[in-house]
Design a binder for this molecule. Structure first.
Ligand SMILES: [Zn+2]
Ligand SMILES: [Zn+2]
Ligand SMILES: [Zn+2]
Ligand SMILES: [Zn+2]
Ligand SMILES: [Zn+2]
Length: 296
């Protein structure tokens, strides 16, 4: 047994347990109640940290010297685990005043939340450990607590740093910061506005040139139409002249026909048949001309 005292005690202290604890639930190395137990093939059980420490220098079971290494260690038998978990023990903060007794299975959960557990102060920089139940009262007087400057500058200051705090200097620094931020923002806004204006200007220039093109196009279409109209008007004028000419010739022909009829009816002219032929052929040519003129 003497050789085992070189290892740090890792099991649960026997004194914390209420009632009888079976010998089989004790660690073969530290002789306390098993913590995170592992079991060797020879059925001896150990705390995980105890047997890991032992196997650094040995390769056998500390109880019976049978061969042993990490690879053959297994979890404890289930019935032993159940027995272990059901053991009742006092909170480790009993000395500080905690009166809780509960099963080994739930002691860890309790101790993490125990009001008597020592925890570090939550102010950064504070080296103190306090019982959880005393944290609030410590925070009120903690040297590392921060509070708002009593002179109204709005800064949080550490109680420890009270003397160095200079409202004017703090505010001046803040002001400088704000000013440079503002200048940055203004520059950005300017830049943004400028680029927007530029793009609008480019857009308008494009639009203007498009419109200019359209105007040119319309102008050329219009001049084409004008020349078409002039051509049509000239044709129209020509047709009218031709119609007038035809009208004249028609009247002439009618005159001729009237004369011819008169000639036919008067008996003294009945023998002069050769003279009829000329007016008739002239009539035919007149008719043709008129027809051609109207057909155009
Ligand atoms: Zn142990
Ligand atoms: Zn053994
Ligand atoms: Zn407790
Ligand atoms: Zn503190
Ligand atoms: Zn201040």
């Amino acid at each position: 047994m003497q050789r085992l005292t070189v290892f740090k005690k890792m099991g649960y202290d026997m004194e914390r347990f209420v009632g009888y604890v079976n010998e089989g639930l004790l660690c073969c190395i530290c002789r306390d109640v098993l913590q995170d137990p592992l079991q060797a093939p020879c059925e001896h059980a150990f705390c995980t940290s105890c047997i890991h420490g032992w196997l650094v220098q040995h390769n056998s079971c500390p109880e019976d010297r049978q061969f042993l290494d990490l690879s053959v260690l297994r979890p404890l038998y289930r019935y032993m685990r159940n027995d272990l978990n059901r053991l009742q023990l006092h909170c480790r903060n009993t000395a500080s005043g905690c009166e809780i007794v509960c099963s080994l299975e739930s002691i860890g959960r309790h101790e993490r939340e125990c009001e008597y557990s020592q925890i570090p102060c939550s102010n950064s920089g504070c080296p103190l450990q306090v019982e959880r139940r005393n944290l609030d009262s410590h925070l009120v007087v903690c040297e590392f607590r921060s509070r708002e400057c009593p002179n109204g500058c709005g800064y949080a200051i550490l109680s420890a740093g009270d003397a160095q705090h200079n409202c004017v200097a703090e505010l001046r620094t803040e002001l400088e910061l704000l000013r440079s931020e503002m200048i940055c923002q203004i520059e950005e806004a300017k830049h943004e506005m400028q680029s927007r204006l530029d793009s609008q200007r480019r857009h308008m220039v494009q639009k203007e040139s498009l419109l200019q093109n359209e105007i040119e196009e319309l102008k050329s279409q219009m001049s084409k139409m004008m020349s078409n109209i002039q051509a049509l008007m000239a044709t129209e004028r020509k047709h009218r002249q031709e119609l007038e000419q035809a009208e004249l010739e028609k009247r002439e022909v009618l005159e001729l026909m009237k004369n011819f009829q008169k000639d036919c009816l008067s008996p003294q002219n009945g023998s002069k048949k050769a003279t009829h032929f000329q007016p008739l052929s002239r009539l035919e040519s007149m008719k043709r001309k008129t027809w051609e003129a109207t057909a155009i």
